[in-house]
Design a protein. Structure first.
Length: 419
């Protein structure tokens, strides 16, 4: 069997999805000995982590081709091309094209340009790259959208991903039918700005229209999830799906970012604090078992203690459970980096820790509330699965991996339920 290229994936689920597509492309091109680092650019720390990983891989493999791609490669190609450890730097569009990898075949690798990164803003469509899921054989991820048309002042991602592009609904439905036919019991829709799906397609359909179409056209799909959404852009059809479609899982990850109106305006977000609270209340009214995750940034420039405490209170006011807390990271090239009143690093770290502690308290309350309940649990491995709310469940005996089993929750252990 041919040697497989080594991939390191940093960052989001979409990067993980694209790694699986690239793995096939690299192998088909005969790059079995290559090392590929799929980078993230969301924070300065993510870029530092990428550089550290590149140096480590080169020490361990002095002679193998080392290819750097992903969002940090797109936004800072010169940073990575200047590293002596790096063989090639490939942009986010180029990394998904078979001809890019074919041109890197072992006998050609010395002949191509070191940097292959084009203007991501000129890309107008996103192909529905077909992969068979990753991580486990129970859950598959389907990319339905890429890029972002918004320009939040803290965010570098549009410069790494380009403008919003949607995969047509028919292509998405065909992919999901194929995955269900292969035995997957859950599909997750993924993208950079999911709620903008459809704006660039004829007739401008909405994400809710796509969700309803999938559930109608693929009746044997047991579970559908949507990943991170912008609550202010949720459309009526998606609210209808939340209310009426039990196969749409009751777990939404919200891109909230902050709980103070003035900071939200300085971030150039499109919602205010009360909008987030209203959405959470409405969604929970339609689906009482709904749980929420959320992204929240601690220490955005000019953030006062009182403004931070508005974020802290938002955890309770929205009933958030799964928090992704980001200590603010200054990203050159973003408007927020130029705001004069930057919050000191120790204060940022302290506030992030307090937010995480609030999140931990909410997780424990959620877990305690599940004891004694019965859940349909999708097994990711023989001893661990997830409830519809995405809560981990540990089993004391082996279960059939990839199957959905009915389990009674008997207790908790750490951040897991026990069945």
């Amino acid at each position: 069997m041919a040697e497989a290229p080594h991939f390191t994936t940093l960052g989001c689920r979409l990067n993980s999805y694209e790694t699986e597509a690239m793995r096939d492309l690299a192998q088909a091109a005969g790059l079995g000995d290559a090392m590929v680092v799929n980078t993230c650019a969301v924070t300065a720390e993510a870029v530092r982590k990428a550089k550290k990983e590149i140096r480590k891989l080169r020490r361990e493999n002095p002679d193998a081709p080392l290819i750097v791609t992903g969002c940090a490669a797109q936004t800072e190609p010169e940073t990575f091309s200047a590293m002596p450890e790096v063989t090639r730097v490939i942009g986010n569009t180029e990394k998904m094209q078979p001809e890019t990898w074919a041109a890197l075949a072992p006998d050609l690798i010395g002949e191509t340009e070191k940097v292959q990164v084009n203007d991501i803003m000129s890309v107008t469509e996103t192909a529905g790259h077909l992969i068979d899921g990753f991580g486990t054989r129970s859950r598959a991820y389907v990319q339905v959208q890429n890029g972002c048309d918004h320009r939040c002042t803290f965010c570098i991602i549009p410069y790494g991903r380009g403008n919003s592009r949607s995969v047509p609904a028919g292509v998405v439905v065909e992919q999901i039918k194929r995955l269900v036919g292969k035995g997957f019991n859950e599909v997750v829709l993924t993208g950079v700005d999911l709620t903008s799906w459809g704006a660039d397609l004829p007739a401008g359909p909405k994400l809710g229209d796509l969700v309803m179409r999938i559930l109608k056209m693929v009746p044997d799909l047991p579970r559908l999830r949507i990943s991170s959404i912008d609550s202010i852009e949720v459309d009526p059809a998606l609210m209808q799906a939340i209310a009426t479609e039990p196969r749409l899982m009751p777990h939404l990850h919200l891109s909230l970012q902050h709980g103070d109106d003035l900071i939200l305006k300085r971030m150039k977000r499109r919602h205010l604090r009360d909008d987030a609270i209203r959405f959470a209340e409405e969604a929970r009214k339609l689906r009482p078992d709904m749980t929420f995750g959320a992204d929240i940034i601690a220490g955005f420039p000019t953030e006062t203690e009182a403004q931070f405490e508005n974020s802290l209170r938002l955890v309770e006011d929205c009933g958030l459970t799964w928090l992704h807390v980001f200590p603010y990271s200054k990203r050159d090239g973003t408007p927020a980096a130029k705001i004069p009143n930057q919050v000191p690093g120790p204060v940022i770290r302290d506030r992030a820790a307090r937010l995480r502690a609030a999140g931990d308290t909410r997780v424990q309350a959620h877990l305690a509330d599940q004891v004694g309940r019965t859940h349909a649990v999708l097994l990711e491995n023989p001893r661990m699965g997830r409830t519809p709310q995405f809560t981990e469940v540990a089993f004391s005996e082996d279960q059939p991996e990839g199957r959905i089993v009915t389990a009674r929750i008997t207790g908790t252990a750490g951040k897991q339920l026990v069945a």
